[in-house]
Design a protein around this ligand. Structure first.
Ligand SMILES: [Zn+2]
Length: 164
């Protein structure tokens, strides 16, 4: 997987850079948008399309009761996130990143609705499962996290399949 998650010690100033702050409460989870193209505080269509993909995936897994998910809706917005968290020029495609300390996960929205690979549908699920594994394990150990993410995805598929 060409995504990875980093842990950042400094506190994110992201709320200050939010062009729009459209918030949806999912239990006590919050999904926010960070968009370059929002006008009059209305989230653009790409934001809402991305949320429509991401939110059910989060809900389908065991997830923390209090967490903030920020969908960077477009690539300029995502690049500003990367810049903000000091990930510019990192090799490979970062598709999401989690800050365990500030309890924020950033999701690259463009990759959610624009296929990068043929296994695109699984990609977003894998990305979310991976970030959730970081969150639930409170771990930065990529190997351990990825193992947990794979197990989570298998279990979810099994329980969905057995409910038919
Ligand atoms: Zn990771």
């Amino acid at each position: 997987m060409k995504h990875h998650t980093r842990f950042f010690i400094f506190h994110a100033l992201v709320p200050l850079m939010l062009t729009i702050s459209y918030t949806e409460a999912h239990a006590q989870n919050t999904i926010k948008f960070y968009s370059t193209f929002a006008e009059n505080n209305v989230p653009p269509a790409d934001c809402t399309q991305e949320r429509a993909v991401v939110a059910p995936i989060i809900d389908g897994y065991q997830h923390p009761t209090k967490w903030t998910w920020i969908i960077a809706c477009d690539e300029p917005a995502w690049n500003r996130v990367l810049n903000h968290i000091g990930q510019v020029g990192v090799k490979g495609e970062i598709l999401a990143t989690t800050d365990l300390q500030t309890q924020v996960t950033y999701v690259r929205g463009f990759a959610v609705i624009h296929p990068f690979t043929k296994t695109h549908e699984n990609l977003t699920e894998h990305v979310i499962a991976h970030e959730l594994a970081h969150i639930m394990l409170k771990s930065h150990d990529e190997e351990r996290v990825e193992k947990a993410a794979s197990a989570m995805m298998r279990e979810t598929r099994t329980s969905v399949a057995s409910s038919f």
